[in-house]
Design a protein around this ligand. Structure first.
Ligand SMILES: [Zn+2]
Length: 170
């Protein structure tokens, strides 16, 4: 189903692991670290359109922001030798991105990539790459899901599902 045919409510439910749509109270309440990630819906649309534009490759990029809020996304080239199954960002680009984030009083709080397989579940390879405290967004065609890497992660022993809350003012 094309994104444009999904109502805002349906779209939000699709990416929130089946949880109820966030009420205004939910949005305003302080979130426990890693349980939620606030993101502007335009960023989600950009990631999904980039994913659909390269359906056979893993696309990737960084999430910039602070305290569970994505305030910017930064697409990065995937330099993995086999970009159909893996993603890798070049070190120089990462250093530049971190420097740019610091200059603007932001942090790299995680990253996104896509799975041509159609599954938004993190792989064992993703788990091996994960750093605790980072958010991961995994896109597959029209879907995107959020994950938080931590010691108590249940998926691949690293990731916890993370509810995405679409928020225009982020
Ligand atoms: Zn992956």
């Amino acid at each position: 189903m094309a994104l444009r045919f999904i109502t805002p409510l349906g779209f939000l439910q699709m990416i929130c692991h089946g949880n109820n749509m966030a009420s205004s109270n939910r949005i305003q309440s302080p979130d426990k670290k890693g349980e939620t990630l606030f993101i502007n819906p335009n960023f989600v649309k950009k990631i999904l359109s980039e994913t659909r534009a390269r359906p056979m490759l893993e696309i990737c990029g960084l999430l910039l922001g602070s305290s569970g809020h994505v305030t910017e996304i930064m697409p990065m080239p995937n330099i993995a030798p086999n970009p159909r199954r893996f993603f890798e960002m070049e070190t120089a680009g990462l250093i530049t991105a971190h420097r740019e984030a610091r200059r603007r009083h932001l942090s790299v709080i995680g990253h996104y990539h896509s799975h041509p397989s159609g599954s938004c579940l993190p792989s064992a390879t993703d788990a091996a790459l994960a750093h605790y405290g980072q958010y991961w967004l995994i896109a597959a065609f029209n879907k995107i899901e959020g994950w938080y890497a931590c010691k108590s992660g249940r998926i691949e022993g690293v990731f916890l599902p993370c509810e995405l809350i679409l928020h225009k003012s982020v």
